[in-house]
Write a protein that binds this ligand. Structure first.
Ligand code: AMP
Ligand code: TRP
Length: 332
């Protein structure tokens, strides 16, 4: 039997991914590439939904590729590519916009949050149509699974609805994808404000652990993480959101169970616990950051990897787009 297909995407909107991106998504990408036919996309067109600086977009697209490779995405096992290098994404994106209802698109919580933040006068139309482009990203590859963080669940549901609607109206064309969302790691919170998700657009620099930050900077951030009332290191997301978030991070990186960690730190204070978490995070990220820096020093090589991936992606995408056009009755 042929392998199941996986597709996911990440926006090149900052100089560094953070631990939420890694634990919520990219760690699963790396694991799935061994058992699945994997397509991973740097979604630069999605990044254009907010104001972007050309030099920064270029730099961040390459930095995203370098970090994905450093985190363990292998170009031999996975197809790693850039969305704008595969024009079929825009082409199917339009068709998905024509499948989606205005009301259903208006209910997307990410759109509501982001447009509220931008203010309705500065929010772009692209922010509104963003989920339909995302649906195209997924459906072009007939993906079975989409590994993402919890915040993307609604977009994957919309993708399924649009695919089902198209199939019912124009004949079986698209695989219905499923979201692949792990319980632990699906939502990593800000370490200064542990009731909010860790996010590159959030205001708190001190609360976001970045892959590309220096080991010294990350050490300092974790040692200054906000803790909760009480003194016991126990997992209780309601009463102890700060400690629970740090336990989740430690457990995901060290591979140890939460119970095991609670035992180790029983009777010790929050200070000792934070030092333990810092050690695990810093040592985990140290070689990854170095590998990413090494990769970034050879842009030509990085660009070759992306070109090869995009060429493979175009083959699959063009087959799906042809079938879609045929179903729609477009004259070819
Ligand atoms: P983005 O940075 O919005 O392109 O997100 C890239 C991936 O990281 C998506 O699959 C998100 O669901 C995931 N993600 C982003 N922030 C977090 C977080 N704080 N916790 C868990 N997953 C996250
Ligand atoms: N919207 C996703 C995010 O903010 C990024 C994304 C774009 C994506 N296209 C995708 C994720 C396709 C999974 C599949 O994280």
């Amino acid at each position: 039997m042929s392998k199941k297909r996986v597709l996911s995407g990440i926006q090149p909107t900052s100089d560094s991914f953070h631990l939420g991106n890694y634990l919520g998504a990219v760690k699963q990408w790396v694991e799935l590439q061994d058992s699945h036919d994997a397509f991973y996309c740097i979604v630069d067109l999605h990044a254009l939904t907010v104001e972007t600086d050309p030099a920064l977009l270029r730099q961040r697209t390459l930095a995203s590729a370098a970090q994905l490779l450093a985190l363990g995405i292998s170009p031999e096992k996975s197809t790693l590519f850039v969305q704008s290098q595969v024009p079929q994404h825009n082409q199917l994106g339009w068709i998905m916009e024509c499948m989606a209802g205005f009301g259903e698109a208006s209910r997307m919580t990410q759109f509501k949050d982001k447009s509220a933040k931008a203010g309705s006068d500065s929010a772009r139309v692209g922010l509104f149509t963003y989920p339909m482009l995302q649906a195209a990203d997924i459906l072009l590859y007939q993906a079975d699974l989409v590994p993402v963080g919890e915040d993307q669940r609604q977009h994957i549901e919309l993708t399924r609805d649009l695919a089902g609607r198209f199939n019912a109206r124009y004949g079986q064309t698209f695989q219905l994808p499923e979201a692949y969302i792990l319980k632990a790691g699906a939502k990593i919170n800000d370490i200064q404000d542990p009731t909010a998700k860790m996010s590159k657009s959030s205001g708190s620099v001190a609360g976001v652990i970045e892959i590309m930050d220096t080991p010294e900077a990350n050490l300092k951030k974790i040692k200054s993480a906000i803790t909760d009332a009480g003194r016991e290191v126990t997992f209780d997301p309601i009463e102890k959101p700060g400690i629970s978030n740090l336990l989740t991070i430690h457990s995901a990186l060290s591979g140890r169970t939460i119970a095991d960690l609670e035992n180790e730190f029983a009777g010790k204070g929050y200070g000792d616990f934070k030092a333990g978490v810092a050690e695990v995070v810093v040592e985990y990220l140290r070689p990854i950051r170095q590998r990413a820096l090494d990769l970034l020093s050879d842009e030509k090589h990085l660009i070759e990897i992306l070109h090869a991936g995009s060429a493979k992606a175009r083959e699959v995408a063009s087959t799906t787009l042809e079938a879609t056009y045929k179903g729609l009755g477009v004259v070819s």
